[in-house]
Design a protein around this ligand. Structure first.
Ligand code: V47
Length: 370
């Protein structure tokens, strides 16, 4: 049964995977340390097919980054600007509406809204933005604000977490994206994003959003200064939170892209590391249904390959890719948009079935296999 394994250290893990048993922290490390990429990938593929068969999801979405002013100073980020620096912007309501209008015209079902932690905006800027977009375009799902932004709102505007969540929900927030998780491990997090919401707080806020009835996503930024232990610790902490609040619908490993950041001297993760990270996350996160290969960070070809390593989602088309926090990256790759046809082709070429979904994974359209 396990004859596909080259690394015998994987045998007891394969037994657990086949018996659908939870893997331990040590198992996660063994998977990461193994040179048997195919073995690790095959195990992840077993779980992926058990959960989803051949189905591979994507949506039609657009990003809106209302402001790039940010008081935090994350060493991995090339998006933020300080108030005394050039290149900063804050969209007014009209500009936000224009982006939402274009998104709708392009067939988007989701607007992904994230921005910097801007200390010169009133809370009403955010509630008005949501409620105005919602009033004009009720068909758009507003996946808005990371746990870091929610934590900032609570502290800066002196409100309880529950109050922040309820006010944003009333204004039109439908779910939350998974950004800002980076790596939870304290020592490493302290070095890459000193002033930001810590891991426990990120998890706590997720639990509160889930309690309010909204789904959220989760991410991990990998391939910078973190250790393999940090990564596995991240998976275990996410899994524990999901046991408690069960509102994470998708996990997205984010491959660190160094250019333009304070960590530009680092090489970033290799293709092998990215495939392993997709696979190990699929195997460790047994209670999170969807693993996303985010083509914007991975590039389309590696994201396509990742479908055989446990991923069952490719994110979205990201129409009008210019409005994208990660646009520095896609500009560099001239790979900043994917048409529906292109995504369907990536999926079917890989031997899977493409399913266009809404944000909450309701299928909207299924595409036959090639
Ligand atoms: O929080 C920042 C990461 C995140 C870099 O929920 C970087 O569906 C790589 O969270 N290299 C924002 N990554 C993106 C994000 C996301 C993306 C797609 C889908 C979803 C979802 C969420 O990007 C940040 C940070 O972790 N990031 N800088 C960088 N240089």
């Amino acid at each position: 049964m396990n004859s596909f394994l080259l690394d015998r250290a994987l045998t007891p893990i394969a037994d657990k995977v086949i018996a659908d048993e939870r893997l331990s922290f040590e198992d996660g490390l063994t998977l990461y340390r193994s040179d048997d990429l195919h073995g690790v990938g095959r195990l992840a593929d077993i779980v992926r097919r058990r959960k989803h068969g051949l189905k591979t999801y994507f949506n039609v979405n657009r990003h809106l980054n209302p402001t790039n002013y940010c008081y935090a100073d994350c060493k991995f980020c090339s998006f933020f600007v300080k108030h005394n620096q050039e290149g900063g912007y804050t969209h007014n309501l009209e500009e936000c509406l224009k982006i939402a209008r274009e998104a709708c015209e392009q067939g988007a079902t989701e607007l992904h809204i994230v921005g910097g932690l801007n200390t010169r905006l009133p809370f009403s800027y955010f509630t008005e933005m949501l409620s105005t977009i919602k009033r004009e375009f009720p068909q758009l799902h507003l996946k808005a604000f990371t746990m870091v932004e929610l934590d900032f709102f609570a502290k800066f505007y002196k409100m309880s977490d529950e109050e922040v969540i309820e006010k944003l929900k009333a204004a039109g927030m439908d779910s939350c994206p998974g950004g800002g998780a980076e790596v939870f491990a304290e020592e490493t997090r302290e070095k890459i994003c000193t002033h930001k919401t810590d891991g426990d707080r990120w998890l706590e806020m997720s639990g509160k959003v889930h309690k309010a009835g909204l789904k959220t996503n989760a991410t991990m930024l990998y391939g910078h200064i973190e250790t393999l232990e940090d990564r596995v610790d991240h998976f275990v902490r996410l899994r524990e939170q999901q046991d408690k609040s069960s509102g994470f619908q998708c996990f997205i490993p984010l491959a660190f892209y160094p250019p333009g950041t304070q960590l530009a001297h680092l090489p970033g993760p290799s293709g092998i590391d990215s495939l392993k990270t997709i696979a190990v996350s699929r195997l460790m996160l047994d209670n999170i249904d969807h693993i996303k290969a985010y083509w914007v960070m991975l590039g389309k070809k590696l994201a396509q390959t990742a479908l055989h390593f446990g991923a069952n989602d490719l994110d979205g088309t990201i129409t009008g890719g210019g409005e994208l926090m990660e646009s520095y990256l896609v500009e560099a790759r001239s790979d900043n948009e994917a048409s529906k046809d292109e995504i369907v082709k990536l999926v079917t070429e890989a031997g899977f079935e493409a399913v266009e979904r809404d944000t909450l994974y309701h299928p909207l359209r299924q595409y036959a296999a090639a």
